[in-house]
Design a binder for this molecule. Structure first.
Ligand code: UT7
Length: 331
């Protein structure tokens, strides 16, 4: 029997309608469009304003978009894996609610949290299940309502993040398409540099933690930037070397959209031409678990069967990685 690989066979996405532009942020904090654009590449982000809707809403919309586009029968899904740093609730996995709401009545579901690398790690988990032969249709969702954990008086974080979700279906393939190799890493050296201090078991929420705004994301941007540049570009170069891939062999770089300068540094480390480097940070900002599937959805029509894609991510924890995947279909 030929080897089973895990291929992406369908893609879906969703971003909320409300737009938060750099100009609007100028009215909220001491910042300006020129600073944000030149330092990050971001022009606007989408925000889920409805206070009654959480991350599951974004995930459900993205999954339903995939189901509509592909004609997938949700009853055939074996497993729903939801990557998120902003679950609806601390307990009662968001993925479970998403699975139920989309009609995945024969699936089991759970959440996976690895900050901005969540989606890449979730693709790895889904692939391992598929390669083992245990499950055949795994829905991998990256969804984050980042606006729920952002302090909109803190100019160092509120300019960066946005809300959104993306989903892919992963299925077995015996023709050599799909996930080929990956290098995933983590190091808690970054635990202090990007975190929400309160609300977990180490510091349960109290009136004081809320008053001190410890339930919001805090980031030491410079430190995160340095680690992101060296680690994300490092694993991207390493995965190409160990698979004897040159820049000419690579069709696309699908890199986490945290900062256009970090993506640019990764692209130049692996000598990739600009037209192969996919970017949509200008429209969505950093949507954490959703950036990679949002890129897949935005650029799906350009992908050809057999294209070599390098995925790269870096996020809080720290967590990072690079994955080499062969695209499995023409749109
Ligand atoms: O996805 C998870 C991983 N996260 C990341 O990868 C983010 C990594 N970090 C970054 O992308 C960048 O560090 C930032 C975009 C967050 C910041 O850019 P930077 O070039 O590192 O700026 P900085 O923090 O060194 O700040 C430079 C200056 C400072 O002023 P002084 O000290 O030079 O007078 C800041 O106070 O810019 C100031 N500043 C701002 N000015 C206008 C900081 N935030 C802003 C702002 N608007 N929003």
């Amino acid at each position: 029997m030929s080897k089973i690989t895990a291929a992406i066979t369908a893609v879906g996405a969703y971003v909320p309608e409300d737009v938060l532009t750099n100009k609007m942020l100028e009215e909220m904090v001491d910042t300006n469009d020129e600073w944000i654009t030149s330092r990050t590449g971001i022009k606007e982000r989408r925000i889920l304003k409805d206070p009654d809707k959480g991350t599951s809403y974004l995930g459900i919309q993205a999954a339903n978009n995939l189901i509509e586009k592909s004609g997938l029968d949700p009853a055939e899904i074996d497993m729903v894996l939801l990557a998120s740093a902003t679950p609806d609730l601390p307990v009662a996995a968001t993925g479970v609610h998403v699975a139920t709401q989309i009609g995945a009545i024969n699936a089991f579901a759970y959440d996976l949290q690895a900050a901005c690398s969540g989606f890449l790690y979730a693709m790895s988990t889904a692939s391992a299940y598929i390669e083992s032969g245990r499950y055949k249709k795994v829905l991998v969702i990256g969804a984050d309502k980042m606006s729920s954990i952002i302090d909109y008086t803190d100019r160092t974080t509120c300019i960066i993040f946005g809300d959104g979700a993306g989903a892919v279906l992963m299925e077995p393939n015996t023709e050599g398409y799909g996930l080929q190799d990956e290098i995933l890493r983590s190091d808690s050296i970054g635990r202090e540099s990007l975190r929400i201090e309160a609300g977990g078991s180490l510091m349960p929420p109290t009136e004081e933690t809320v008053a001190r705004k410890l339930h919001f994301v805090k980031q030491d941007g410079k430190t995160v930037f340095k680690f992101a540049v060296s680690n994300m570009s490092g694993v991207s170069a390493e995965i190409m070397q160990r698979n004897k891939l040159s820049n000419n062999d690579i069709n696309w770089l699908v890199a986490h959209q945290a900062n256009k300068r970090i993506v640019g540094a990764t692209a130049s480390r692996i000598n990739l031409e600009e037209e192969k480097v996919l970017m949509n940070i200008e429209r969505y900002g950093n949507t954490t678990s959703a950036t990679l599937p949002l890129l897949l959805s935005d650029f799906e029509k350009q992908f050809k069967k057999g294209d070599n894609i390098i995925f790269a991510s870096f996020g809080g924890g720290f967590t990072w990685g690079a994955t080499w995947l062969k695209w499995a279909y023409n749109s």
